[in-house]
Design a protein around this ligand. Sequence first.
Ligand SMILES: [Zn+2]
Length: 225
Amino acid sequence: MYHSVDHCLEDPHLVTVTPGRFERQMRGLEAAGLRGVGVAELLAAKAAGRHRRLVGLTFDDGYADFVRHAVPVLARRGFTATVFVVTGEIGGRNAWDTGPRKPLMDAGQLRAAAEAGMEVASHGVRHVSLPEAGDDELAAELRDSRAHLEDLLQRPVPGFAYPYGNISPRVVRAVRDAGYDYGCAIWTSGADRHALARTYIGERDGALRMRLKFARHRFRQRRLR
Ligand SMILES: [Zn+2]
């Protein structure tokens, strides 16, 4: 789980990986015989028993630096990834955040990312914590964000990522009932495809830490059906 890939001076929430570090992390995956893919592709491969050499890569919030600093590094290696977009802020900024403001991808950049083979999926309309949302607001966040992206990209949008990683049984059920094929959370057992566990990767993750995190994540995910 990544957020932003950029040169940055101020990063209080540790959501930014520098381009040099990101490049080394991807090179490390490649050297280990692994290939980064989006979550939809990973789940399809898992269903077919072809997932052993694959690693799911995700980027939350849809920062504009994704097209500049992540896509070229991924594309050079034949990797893909899923980017989770806040549809009410397309072309805007991360107004929900207390950290530094960063530009978010606009419609043209999202189409370019999709055309480069990246999976573009939903992160809700306004980046609200869903367990605290009422039923109507929850339904609208899930329905409207997906409709917006499907209209923009002219393709199905099967994936959702929970803002802040916050889930509850009601919210996970709502994502499934809204027709999403999968949902990405953070701290879960990983046994439910609508509450997939993810592992945070940051600037401090060098080769050894990457290997340890990969092994830990695989161990935790072994129960996914
Ligand atoms: Zn987010």
